[in-house]
Design a protein around this ligand. Structure first.
Ligand SMILES: Cc1ncc(COP(=O)(O)O)c(C=O)c1O
Length: 511
């Protein structure tokens, strides 16, 4: 039997075939964006229903590329939750810039590996420049170290590990946590209500143990109590522990607050601790002139997490870590091997990102941020971020103006939590026992409202827990969300609340 002739060129696409398929892809994306305001935000399908769409055998023989693309519109899009919709308010998920989409395709085409300079000269310099721009935008040292990583969790890991490696009293890089010199526990501090679970994940991944994260009491307004922090650090030190890091929330997960950065910086400086600002959600808010005062002291943080895939609307994945002193990153992560350098240094070498962070091979994430930043400029971003802040403030005013809703906090940035509480259940004069029963009924009611609005397809939002109660939460970080979107969603929430409440109370002796 005749052998196929090598090099199997037909396994790549010809330029003409590629162009044809590529135009089809661009048309599909452009049509998608043309309808993004009207899509059913959540597919309302069960896991089994989605899985069955993809239940097919391993392809033994290659398939026609145009049939493969058919699957995109027939199977993928109908089973998609549309984070790009202006009425998607789940988790803290950004909406995805269009320039970012084009950048993803271009970055994939050149397939540079930004772990080292040689396989990625342009990618490395674009990353270095973009990191510096981001630092400059938020008023941080533009000569800082930093890089793009997969997301906020990895950025928090990189920042906190840099702190540990630079502050530990022995060489944790060589000896790890098994050093004979190790005494006491390395401890991390974050606020009790708003501290983020990714910090617990970091302690876990670093094998410090989840208990190494100490929860510092917070004030009524959900910000960390700095006095309580100092007391905890002193107490732990007295017991023989080794406090090394304070994590400040900069745009917290439930209510979007910013911890008192200036005061925390003072505490860290006086006690020799690393200040890590978890600004995954909110750090970029420092570019909004009216919010500037909230971020005073951010420039003093030793490291900052800032997620472009959240409030810079960059398509997934894209987190970012900034470290004020780049050399500290190198000290924490530097590692080399003959096969990583390949040659003796020549004039044709440069920054090898693999020496400054946890990843070796790395994608060209910087391109989508670089292109989006050039497209909008800082001015454009300022308008979009301010629009989100105004939308959250508007939602707050709607909540406060409606007798069947309860406001729980002032909106600082774009994350807002609130509760549906039918007016006849708001009395605070009820006995403790009755109040408890009402509260657990309200917990269920608010959960049902969130579940039901997802199923309507009009909007996607979720619940969270604020001071132990289940509440509605909207994270308004889509560059497409308008005040009218917020009004339409709020109206629907009120209608759902009323309908579900009436049904529940007709069938159950609830309160
Ligand atoms: C404050 C904060 N930090 C860290 C993270 C983790 O980010 P990622 O999901 O990108 O890992 C999040 C995620 O929402 C967050 O809100």
């Amino acid at each position: 039997m005749a052998q196929d002739s090598e090099p199997f060129a037909d396994l790549d696409l010809s330029p003409a075939e590629f162009r044809k398929l590529g135009y089809r892809v661009i048309d599909a994306i452009a049509n998608y964006y043309a309808t993004i305001r009207d899509v059913h935000v959540f597919p309302s399908r069960t896991m089994e229903e989605v899985a069955v769409a993809f239940d097919e055998p391993l392809p033994g023989k290659g398939q026609d590329p145009s049939l493969i693309l058919d699957a995109w519109s027939e199977k993928v899009v109908p089973n998609t939750t549309h984070l790009g919709s202006p009425r998607y308010f789940g988790f803290v998920n950004g909406s995805g810039t269009m320039m970012g989409v084009l950048a993803e395709a271009l970055a994939a085409s050149v397939n540079m590996n930004a772990g080292a300079w040689k396989p990625a000269p342009a990618a490395t310099e674009i990353e270095r420049r973009t990191i510096s721009w981001i630092a400059e935008m938020i008023g941080y040292n533009p000569d800082c170290g930093g890089m793009f990583v997969s997301g906020g969790t990895m950025a928090n890991l990189t920042g906190i590990l840099t702190g540990l490696r630079n502050l530990a009293p022995y060489d944790t890089t060589q000896e790890g946590l098994q050093s004979e010199q190790r005494e006491g526990r390395f401890t991390i501090y974050m606020s009790d209500h708003e501290g983020h679970s990714s910090i617990v994940r970091v302690a876990d991944l670093l094998n410090l143990g989840r208990e190494a994260v100490r929860r510092v009491p917070s004030h009524e307004d959900f910000t960390m109590d700095v006095h309580a922090l100092e007391e905890m650090i002193d107490e732990d030190t007295g017991r023989g522990d080794r406090p090394f890091c304070v994590v400040a929330q900069v745009g917290s997960i439930n209510v979007g607050v910013v911890d008192p950065l200036e005061d925390l910086a003072k505490v860290c400086e006086s006690k020799g601790l690393w200040l890590h600002a978890d600004g995954a959600c909110g750090a970029v808010g420092a570019i909004i002139p009216e919010k500037k005062s909230l971020f005073r002291g951010l420039e003093k943080a030793d490291s900052i997490t800032l997620d472009p895939h959240k409030w810079l609307y960059i398509p997934y994945e894209c987190g970012c870590i900034l470290v004020r002193d780049a050399e500290k990153m190198r000290r924490a992560f530097s590692m080399t091997a003959p096969y990583l350098r390949g040659t003796l240094p020549t004039e044709y070498t440069g920054l090898d990102y693999l020496e400054y962070g946890p990843q070796m091979s790395r994608g060209f994430r910087a391109l989508k941020v670089w292109m989006s930043l050039k497209h909008y400029g800082v001015e454009g971003y300022r308008k979009l971020l301010s629009q989100n802040v105004r939308a959250a403030a508007h939602l707050d005013s709607l909540v406060r103006g409606d007798p069947d809703f309860e406001a729980l906090h002032e909106p600082e940035l774009f994350i807002y939590s609130f509760r549906y509480v039918p007016r006849d259940l708001q009395s605070s004069s009820a006995s403790k026992d009755r109040r408890d029963r009402i509260d657990s009924y309200l917990d269920r009611l608010n959960q049902r409202i969130a579940d039901e609005i997802q199923l309507t397809g009009l909007a996607f939002l979720m619940t969270t827990s604020v001071r132990g109660r289940t509440v509605l939460r909207m994270s308004i970080c889509s560059h497409r969300t308008t005040l009218e979107d917020v009004e339409a969603v709020f109206k629907k929430l009120g209608e759902l609340g009323k309908t579900i409440d009436q049904k529940e109370r007709a069938t159950h002796e609830l309160v």
